[in-house]
Ligand binder design. Structure first.
Ligand SMILES: Nc1ncnc2c1ncn2[C@@H]1O[C@H](COP(=O)(O)OP(=O)(O)OP(=O)(O)O)[C@@H](O)[C@H]1O
Ligand SMILES: [Mg+2]
Length: 251
């Protein structure tokens, strides 16, 4: 199963991804966790120690050069658009039990769709991971679907958009759906997060009436505490964990 997680900033993408990945892990599945948000720290959410020392792939200058034939940051020169990447998930990931984590890092945006060596490498990597790996893949993305393209869209089983009760998160969900449609990705579902009561849930269902909901997570102090204490939300005592299990059953 290949899943991508997106949504407005701060809605709970990393929290949800962490809970999802650790739940799959607990079920005995092998999971490839992809941190595709340049500012995110999925590793910390998963409970991987010393996560701040994991170097994002886009910052591995020698690797980018070795695989693409060009220096990272160079724009417009010649480089391989289909660099070798199949060895990278096993060689470059941090591990936690059955989980392998890769941090992609950011690429400098140069106009419409930056074509630079590091973005070519990341795209090739995502394509490989989504099309050729047989683990469960979960990608924690930013408020867009930057690294996905037409070739990968078809192989993504579900793009999960996290929403919270609020107008901006709804607007972002609509925006993400438009971007997804452009690349032929129609398998979209939403998860309502930070739900304080029935009114919050109704608000989301009313405003996103034509979206498929796969579930809701309550507003949960235990998750905030976990974040503050630098522990994985999965290691907190939280009602959200049971909810995640039923979402996986739906997926
Ligand atoms: N259900 C919840 N109840 C209460 N707080 C939550 C819940 N889910 C997430 N949070 C808190 O909201 C904050 C943002 O969560 P998180 O980092 O997962 O969001 P994000 O969408 O990944 O953010 P970013 O866009 O910065 O990557 C964190 O402090 C987290 O603990
Ligand atoms: Mg995040």
């Amino acid at each position: 199963m290949k899943l991508a997680v997106s949504g407005k900033g701060g809605v709970g993408k990393t929290t949800f991804s962490s809970l999802l990945i650790r739940t799959f892990n607990q079920m005995g599945k092998r999971v490839l966790a992809i941190d595709a948000d340049p500012d995110a720290n999925l590793a910390a959410g998963l409970g991987i120690e010393n996560s701040e020392h994991i170097v994002p792939i886009s910052e591995m200058k020698e690797l980018v050069f070795e695989r693409t034939g060009a220096q990272p940051g160079s724009i417009g020169g010649f480089f391989k658009l289909n660099p070798k990447v199949d060895d990278l998930p096993d060689a470059l990931s941090a591990t936690f039990e059955n989980i392998k984590l890769m941090r992609l890092g950011g690429v400098k945006k140069g106009g419409a769709g930056c074509i630079c060596p590091e973005s070519a490498l990341l795209r090739a990597l995502i394509m490989h991971v989504v099309l050729a790996r047989d683990e469960v893949v979960v990608m924690d993305m930013e408020a867009g679907i930057e690294h996905l393209g037409r070739a990968t869209a078809k192989a993504v089983d579900k793009l999960i958009v996290i929403v919270e009760p609020g107008r901006r998160s709804i607007d972002t969900a609509e925006h993400i759906r438009r971007l997804a449609k452009e690349i032929g990705l129609e398998a979209i579902a939403v998860v309502g997060n930070k739900i304080r009561g029935p009114k919050d849930q109704e608000f989301l269902q009313d405003h996103l009436a034509d979206f498929e909901f796969i579930g809701f997570l309550p507003y949960d102090d235990a998750l905030i505490e976990a974040d503050l204490n630098g522990i994985s939300p999965f290691d907190a005592i939280s009602p959200s964990k049971a909810r995640i299990k039923s979402m996986i059953a739906k997926l």
